[in-house]
Design a protein around this ligand. Structure first.
Ligand SMILES: C[S@@+](CC[C@H](N)C(=O)[O-])C[C@H]1O[C@@H](n2cnc3c(N)ncnc32)[C@H](O)[C@@H]1O
Length: 204
């Protein structure tokens, strides 16, 4: 999975727009979050949000309770610094998602782009799903993006899992209903392409 030291090194040695997962605008994530129809006071968490600009866009949309969780405090510091005083409107959680202590039945929207696929150990995936199942409200929305079956086999020097929509949903189990899935070809800052799959599920 790569430990905290690995991710701290990445974020201290590379500019935020010089990592393969960099997006100027996380359009599909935004579209899916907007289409959940949640109200502005909804509790939204970006799991492994890193230095992503998703939080900037959610704040610009008027969402009032946005949390960003990441194992790298350096990544969170980059996002905080970019946001300036608006960073005070965000809940920042410096934690490993497989061990995070999150409030129960709290989140209306759980978003994860390119984090779950780093969990190559089934026990870590089990712990992630346990944390998510406990923290997401009944009826809550889950938007999770991983490498697709024809996506890369490694990222950031680490092995990754690759998923079909069915297999990704299967990891979450019968507490979650798969509503829809989308393919995306991500153009990296280096001119290469990566195939992603986005699953939108609801917690029953
Ligand atoms: C490929 S990056 C994706 C960042 C962001 N979601 C995006 O789309 O730009 C993976 C992120 O997951 C974080 N991460 C990796 N393992 C994690 C874990 N076990 N718990 C929390 N964050 C983790 C990394 O620090 C990194 O910010």
């Amino acid at each position: 999975m790569g430990d905290k030291a690995h991710w701290e090194k990445i974020y201290t040695s590379k500019a935020p727009d010089q990592v393969s997962w960099y997006q100027v605008q996380p359009q599909l994530s935004l579209d899916l979050i907007r289409r959940t129809g949640v109200d502005k006071p909804a509790q939204i968490i970006d799991v492994g949000g890193g230095a992503s600009a998703l939080v900037d866009h959610l704040l610009a949309d008027g969402f009032e309770h946005v949390s960003v969780l990441d194992i790298s405090s350096t990544a969170l510091a980059v996002a905080k610094s970019r946001l300036g005083p608006q960073a005070n409107d965000v809940t920042w959680i410096d934690a490993n998602i497989t061990q995070a202590q999150l409030p129960p039945a709290h989140y209306d929207v759980w978003h994860d782009r390119a984090v779950f696929h780093f969990l190559t150990d089934p026990e870590d995936r089990r712990k992630y799903v346990e944390v998510a199942t406990r923290a997401i409200k009944p009826g809550g929305h889950v938007i999770i993006a991983s490498f697709a079956t024809d996506g890369p086999m490694q990222c950031s020097g680490l092995d990754v899992m690759r998923y079909s929509p069915t297999a990704l949903h299967h990891e979450f189990g019968e507490d979650f209903e798969l509503i829809e899935s989308h393919d995306e070809t991500h153009n990296t800052p280096f001119g290469t392409q990566q195939k992603f799959v986005y699953c939108y599920c609801r917690k029953l």
